[in-house]
Design a protein around this ligand. Structure first.
Ligand SMILES: Nc1nc2c(ncn2[C@@H]2O[C@H](COP(=O)(O)OP(=O)(O)OP(=O)(O)O)[C@@H](O)[C@H]2O)c(=O)[nH]1
Ligand SMILES: [Mg+2]
Length: 364
């Protein structure tokens, strides 16, 4: 499943703006009508006004529906994000209201045109046009709450992180201030993006690097995993479960320097909790801020410094290897030539693909 580009969700106009746009364009259309006979001219003009106004409103609403992601096609992770951010039920209901209004407006225009066919007075055409406009306005009014909801929701969704579930994803966790964001910075090939989780007020960092044409995505978890279990609500638990879904490997960062914000004992407790929560994913324990140690502590395997860059390239290799070897041992591997049900043309999990990844790991 490819990632959703939350930023591409279009601006939603206010209900009155939608009506103004439709009515003013419809008037312009009416001005284009030419007919020397007044009776026919007015009939065509009124007809065209109603038709154009309805078309513009309907296409504006349908365009919103089309450009908004369809919930069913989202990954579990993205669905959990949307649910926490704006609520999946509201999401469906409000988009549904737009569809309803679009259908209704089109039907109304066609009824109105039928009526005009039967009218004999010029005045009658004007009257019918005004009547149709009134009813169009009232339909848009009826869904104005939904339109306003979508406008607000768009501003929230735009800030969500975009993660491509076809590419490997590295989740970075640990207590506050251990250096999660700094590590993502130093592993990233470009400037990491800043996004938001709907579950926390903190900003998260999204980085990526490429290796042999694969994009390795990194996402950090500020404020998500750094509190004891009992303080978390359902929605956060859902987020953590979803996080487990997207991550191919979890990096757990520990700051064991003397100046660490969280005492080492508490960091170890959090580690145990995370270990219990995240099952079936490789977890790498990484000690940070090595530049602050006088000499390397003997019991530590992976030690890095985002500040000096020490240990970063070694860590990158370990991550790539870990992901490659984990794919090989995946018990849910699909048989040869089986394709996953999504838009990817890559045969994920096929024997060839596995061999290719094994090769990659071997020639690191
Ligand atoms: N000396 C040193 N300081 C570091 C290193 N990595 C991070 N820091 C510092 O540690 C502090 C926290 O770093 P962040 O990367 O923001 O930590 P974080 O885990 O993302 O913090 P939260 O997002 O608040 O949970 C910052 O002041 C960094 O400059 C390092 O390798 N060496
Ligand atoms: Mg951070």
């Amino acid at each position: 499943m490819a990632s959703i580009n939350w930023r591409s969700i279009p601006t939603v106009l206010y209900p009155q703006e939608i009506l103004d746009k439709a009515f003013s364009r419809a008037s312009k259309q009416a001005n284009l009508v030419e007919d020397p006979d007044k009776y026919h001219r007015v009939r065509k003009q009124m007809n065209r006004m109603v038709q154009s106004a309805a078309d513009i409103i309907s296409s504006t609403l349908l365009d919103y529906i089309e450009k908004w992601p369809s919930l069913n096609s989202l990954s579990d992770f993205d669905q959990a994000l949307v649910d926490a951010a704006v609520g999946n039920d509201d999401f469906r209901r409000n988009l549904g209201a737009l569809q309803w209004a679009s259908d209704k407006v089109i039907r109304l225009a066609s009824d109105s045109q039928q009526k005009m066919l039967r009218l004999r007075e010029i005045d009658g055409f004007h009257k019918e046009r005004r009547h149709a406009y009134g009813r169009i306005s009232s339909i848009v009014d009826q869904i104005s709450d939904s339109i306003i909801w979508l406008g607000d929701a768009r501003n929230i969704l735009r800030k969500l992180p975009s993660i491509d579930s076809l590419e490997p994803c590295i989740v970075v966790a640990g207590s506050p201030n251990v250096g999660k964001s700094a590590l993502i910075n130093s592993l990233s090939s470009g400037e990491p993006e800043v996004a938001e989780y709907p579950f926390t007020t903190k900003q998260l960092h999204l980085g990526h690097f490429e290796h042999r044409r694969r994009v390795y995505q990194m996402v950090d978890t500020p404020g998500l995993l750094d509190r004891p279990m009992f303080e978390r609500n359902n929605i956060e638990m859902q987020a953590i479960a979803a996080l487990e879904n997207i991550g191919d490997v979890l990096l757990f960062l520990i700051d064991s320097t003397d100046g660490a914000t969280t005492p080492l004992k508490e960091q170890n407790n959090l580690f145990k909790e995370v270990q219990n929560m995240i099952t079936g994913k490789p977890i790498l324990t990484i000690h940070t801020k090595s530049d602050l140690f006088d000499k390397k502590p003997s019991n530590i395997e992976i030690l890095i410094s985002a500040k000096t860059g020490s240990g970063i390239e070694e860590l990158r290799k370990i991550i790539i290897e870990k992901i490659a070897s984990n794919i090989v041992s995946d018990p849910l591997i699909l048989p040869d030539h089986w394709y996953r049900e999504d838009d990817s043309i890559k045969p994920i999990g096929s024997q060839q693909e596995i061999l290719r990844r094994q090769d990659e790991a071997r020639y690191l």
